[in-house]
Each structure stands twice: as C-alpha cells, then as structure tokens.
Design a protein around this ligand. Structure first.
Ligand SMILES: Cc1cc2nc3c(=O)[nH]c(=O)nc-3n(C[C@H](O)[C@H](O)[C@H](O)COP(=O)(O)OP(=O)(O)OC[C@H]3O[C@@H](n4cnc5c(N)ncnc54)[C@H](O)[C@@H]3O)c2cc1C
Length: 355
C-alpha cells in the first residue's frame, strides 16, 4: 500500500502552506481539503504505512458508518483516500517521520512554523495535527530482539494480505489482532502457526472459538505456551526455534517464511504533549473552529477534544474541512472561509482526466 503509488517525499526544504501531522483517514482528508482550497500540503507519519488505525488495527474489517459507503473495508477506504487526496493533488508523503518539537520563525508574510522531526526540519505556513491517539509504535517482542529480521520476513503491520500469499506464516501474540489475523490469513498462507507465550488467549470469545476450530481441522498449528528462542535464515526468515514457557529445555523448530508479530501498539501523545497545547485527558483542546492554543496550529480527528466530541471517521472528515478553511483564511485572508461548491468548481488544479 505504501510505496509506489505514493510519492515518498525527499524534499524537506520547500515551505508549503500546510503540514499535516498524521496519515490516518483524517490526515489524508485534511490534505484533500487543502487541495480543494488550492493550498499546498504535505503529510508526515511515524508509521511506514498510510491509514493510521485503519491500517494498523483493522484493515480487513468492514466499516458501516462512513456515509455514502453502505459498507467498506477499512483498507479500501484508505486506498480511496490515497487516490482522492494524495494522488489527485500530488501531495508529498513523508513516512517513518515523527514530529518531535515545534518552533516559529520569520514575521508577517514569511512567518513559518518549523516542525523538527527525527529526519530534519520541515517548514510550512500552518500545521494541522491529525495525530489520532499519537504516534503509533508496534510493541516489540519481550526477550528476543527481532530487529535484525525486520524487512527480512518479520512484520508488524499487514498492508496487503497478498504479502503472505503461499507463505508459511507464524503469527505471534494472544490478543484480538493475532487471532483475527489467523482467521484472515487462512485462505492466503500456505500454512499457519500461532505462538503465544501463555495458556489462553485474550481475544473475543467468538474469534478464539474460530481459531480453535481451525486448529482442530489442522488449518493452524497452535504452539502454546511457547516463546521464540532463535530465528534462522540465509538472508530472510526460514526457521524459528521455540521454547516451552514452563519448561525451557523443551524446544521445537518450525519452518516458516514470515513471522507476523501482533503484540499490540503503543500510542501516546508522545512528543506532542510538550508543545504547549492545552491537553485534556490526553487529547488536544480545540475551539469550535479546530484552533489549538498554538499559533498557526489547528487539529482534527481523534486527537481533538471539545464539548460534544465524537471519535468517528465521519466527524473527523468534517473537522478537517473546518481546520483547513481556517488555516487557508489565516494565510490568505482574501479566501472566504465557506468554500464554493465542488459541483460548480470541479477539482482545482486537477490532474489530467479530472473534471
Ligand atoms: C478496532 C477499531 C474499529 C473502529 N471502527 C470504526 C468504525 O466502524 N467507524 C468509525 O467511524 N470509526 C471507527 N474506529 C475509530 C477510527 O479508526 C478513528 O476515529 C480514526 O482512525 C481517527 O482517524 P485519525 O486520522 O484522526 O487518527 P489515526 O487513524 O489514529 O491516525 C493518526 C496518525 O497520526 C500519526 N502520528 C501521531 N503523532 C505523530 C507524530 N508526532 N509524528 C508523526 N506521526 C504522528 C500516527 O502514527 C497515526 O498514523 C475504530 C477504531 C478501532 C480501533
């Protein structure tokens, strides 16, 4: 999902109208509204994939409450947003980039917000924070360092199931996402094993039932309570040695092509909490026009809080329209806050083939 269709940006120097923090559904929608208002934008995200919670937590689940879509798979909604927002307006995307601190420089027309990221500085006239629950980071395996195998057969996020097509896949974890992936990959992987360090799973009863049924049918091998002791392979993962949690001398080896670690995600406002925002219960307080307490910074989506707040994709989309209208009006006061109807304007600056 990530790489080729998305322009993975390298240009850090250009001053753009808006930098959007977060490439979740609301961040992508923010870039869409910026394009509709003829403002230049860029998106950054600490994750290696677009889509925020939809990609990391539930790509294969149906979403039923995005109006206009009677039902849509979360990963398909991400793809449609990518096309509508990023491709249509050629928005630079900086993935694997975390915004760490913020400062301001220049005055009047040259006033810029500077985001200091772990990959360098990014300047823009405004910033819109669509950071969800904060920067996502997959939880790592306790007791075994999987880092050398990342990119060589060890995965934390599934962008496309097809990555596992015909492969021998070992899933590690005992919660909802591990069990969900067992069920989701039954028709994709050539063989499946599930490793959990404790007896018993912490997943939804129905899903656990489905996993146990699949195990009875021989469609998945359960290794419980087992833990990873060593990974072997020439260049990429080929074999995993496991040990029994209660009898470490009891070891087994399983031949696999891929290891999918599903140990949950850490989310935290992280660096954002030290920027000087008014923070209420872990969320950024905004006024009725999505303005934060920081100069030239607006926020939208799950990260915001205000009286009557709903944490939904649909309401995040609307919040982002308001935030963009305000940000553009701030830097170009002649631009009205109320947009013209797209039925009249079409898509401004449309790429070839668009009306
Ligand atoms: C299991 C589950 C099911 C759900 N089902 C529904 C549903 O049916 N309908 C519905 O409307 N909603 C649903 N939701 C909620 C929905 O997913 C959220 O409302 C939505 O994802 C919010 O979008 P967002 O873009 O604001 O934030 P997110 O999707 O959380 O994306 C925020 C992004 O910002 C990035 N980020 C944060 N801080 C930084 C930083 N400092 N630097 C760089 N990047 C940063 C994060 O890495 C993340 O990718 C569900 C949620 C879950 C967990």
């Amino acid at each position: 999902m990530t790489t080729d269709p998305v322009r993975l940006a390298t240009d850090m120097d250009e001053v753009r109208d808006v930098t959007v923090i977060g490439a979740g559904p609301v961040g992508m929608c923010t870039a869409f509204w910026a394009g509709m208002r003829e403002a230049s934008s860029r998106i950054i995200d600490s994750l290696p994939e677009l889509g925020g919670q939809l990609t990391t937590l539930y790509p294969e689940k149906w979403v039923f409450d995005v109006p206009g879509h009677p039902r849509v798979l979360a990963k398909d909604l991400v793809e449609m947003l990518r096309v509508q927002a990023l491709e249509q307006f050629d928005v630079p995307v900086h993935l694997n980039v975390t915004a760490e601190t913020i400062s301001w420089e220049g005055s009047d027309e040259d006033r810029a917000v500077v985001l200091h990221t772990d990959r360098g500085e990014l300047r823009s006239r405004t910033v819109i924070v669509a950071g969800g629950h904060g920067a996502f980071e997959p939880k790592k395996l306790p007791g075994f360092d999987m880092t050398p195998w990342e990119g060589r057969g060890a995965y934390y996020i599934v962008g496309e199931k097809s990555v596992f097509e015909g492969k021998r896949v070992m899933i590690v974890g005992g919660g909802d996402s591990a069990c969900d992936w067992v069920i989701n990959l039954l028709d994709t992987a050539s063989s499946l094993s599930l490793v959990h360090r404790r007896e018993g799973f912490r997943a939804h009863e129905v899903t656990v039932g489905q996993v146990l049924e699949a195990a009875e049918r021989g469609d998945v091998a359960l290794h419980v309570p087992f833990q990873i002791k060593e990974v072997y392979g020439d260049g990429s993962v080929e074999r995993v040695r496991l040990f029994h949690s209660e009898d470490e001398a009891h070891e087994i080896e399983v031949e696999v092509d891929a290891i999918l670690l599903q140990l949950g995600f850490k989310t935290a406002l992280g660096p954002l909490k030290d920027w000087g925002f008014e923070v209420i219960k872990g969320a950024i307080a905004v006024d009725q026009v999505m303005k934060t307490s920081l100069e030239r910074v607006w926020a939208c989506g799950d990260i915001t809080t205000f009286d009557g707040k709903l944490k939904l994709i649909a309401t995040g989309f609307a919040e982002s329209a308001i935030a963009v209208a305000q940000a553009v009006h701030e830097i170009r006061p002649e631009v009205k806050i109320q947009p013209k109807y797209s039925t009249n304007t079409g898509v401004p600056g449309a790429v070839a083939g668009q009306p």
